[in-house]
Design a protein around this ligand. Structure first.
Ligand code: NAP
Length: 321
């Protein structure tokens, strides 16, 4: 927020940001392009992607060609998979550009911390975005939980990789994080709605024999206060997806469903709101640029690192899309 204006909630005021978009894949097309087009404060100047471009917008093969093409940019938004994204971000920061990162912000927390140092030294904004934190009911859950005591809970994050990530071979490489690519969304919500610090106490990771990342996992997260959150994560779930967080509290259960879009509170009907995640992210990025601030929370990524570090690996059948 700056000068009393809440940019995260759809303000359309403020200076124009001339933007480059890197990695034209599923999320760039599904969410970034519509959010950018709907926000008058952004102008999409050009894109960089090896195999794709956006109609009517100059397109270059990679970040170096984008930067060398002679356009005027203020910022870039990076929608490539996590591996290699830090290198792209570093080049953009070196060119004096503000950078917005898709989730997860890097392959490792060290990589992200180094980017933070680099951006700070260059005086540009770095925004590690967590789109699920902008889901409609997340703020309401955080506000309600601030008044109550949590005693335990569970995360059920289950979806069909073939439906939601068709052909994305990178996602089952270690750097792609496997089932933690979607599940880190749950961890981003958990670490937003609860003040507790969590550690991964135990984990089992089902890793297909021909892959290096987990296709399913079970984790126990332990809060600093001592309660446990059990996480049941499945990338081979054929039914309608489960993107749910259920918490037990001293006042009864709270549930966030549909990836944080719907909240259930004791004695009340479920309440759902519209999906404004990406418009809110671009609003937040604009506010950060205006305020010359960095926002790069690595808490969700730390939990994924811990799960892979301590997790007991169970071989599972080979996987093919
Ligand atoms: P995607 O469909 O595979 O698109 C990523 C694009 O990045 C590719 O189309 C590719 O375009 C480019 N790219 C550059 N280097 C690449 C590499 N080494 N391997 C593969 N592609 C590479 O992936 P996505 O679903 O958009 O996900 C991208 C990021 O957004 C991930 O971090 C993901 O977690 C996040 N995200 C995804 C979703 C979702 O629902 N899919 C939702 C929220 C966030 P070129 O081949 O043209 O270079």
């Amino acid at each position: 927020m700056k000068d009393g204006k809440d940019f995260s909630r759809g303000s359309t005021e403020g200076p124009e940001i001339r933007l480059g978009l890197v990695g034209i894949g599923k999320i760039a097309r599904d969410q970034h392009l519509p959010a950018i087009a709907a926000d008058a404060r952004y102008r999409l100047v050009a894109t960089a992607s090896r195999n794709d471009m956006v109609e009517g917008v100059p397109g270059y093969r990679d970040i170096d060609a984008l930067l060398a093409a002679g356009h005027q940019f203020d910022a870039v938004s990076l929608c490539t998979p996590p591996e290699g994204r830090a290198d792209i971000a570093r080049r953009a920061i070196d060119a004096g550009l503000h950078v917005m990162l898709e989730k997860p912000p890097g392959v490792t927390t060290d990589e992200v911390r180094e980017l933070v140092r680099h951006a700070a030294a260059r005086g540009v904004t770095l925004f590690a975005s967590w789109h699920s934190r902008e889901a409609a009911a997340v703020d309401a859950a955080r506000d309600w939980l601030a008044e109550h005591i949590v005693t335990g809970g569970r995360i059920l994050w289950k979806e069909d990789i073939r439906q939601w990530h068709p052909g994305q071979e990178w996602i089952l490489e270690r750097a792609g994080m496997g089932v933690f690519d979607p599940a880190i969304n749950a961890l981003s919500i958990l670490t937003r709605i609860l003040p507790a610090r969590f550690e991964v106490e135990a984990a089992t990771l089902d890793i297909p024999s021909n892959r290096s990342a987990a296709i399913a996992a079970a984790c126990t997260l332990r809060s600093a206060e001592g309660y446990a959150i059990e996480a049941d994560l499945d990338f081979l779930f054929g039914g309608s997806p489960s993107w749910d967080i259920e918490l037990a509290t001293d006042a009864g259960p709270l549930a966030l469903r549909n990836g944080g879009a719907t909240i259930e509170l004791p004695g009340a009907a479920p309440h759902a709101g519209p999906n404004c995640e990406y418009p809110r992210l671009y609003g937040r990025f604009h506010a950060l640029v205006e305020a010359a601030e960095i926002d790069a929370d690595t808490a969700p990524l730390e939990l994924v690192e811990q799960a892979y570090r301590i997790g007991v690996q169970r071989p599972s059948p080979p996987f093919a899309f």
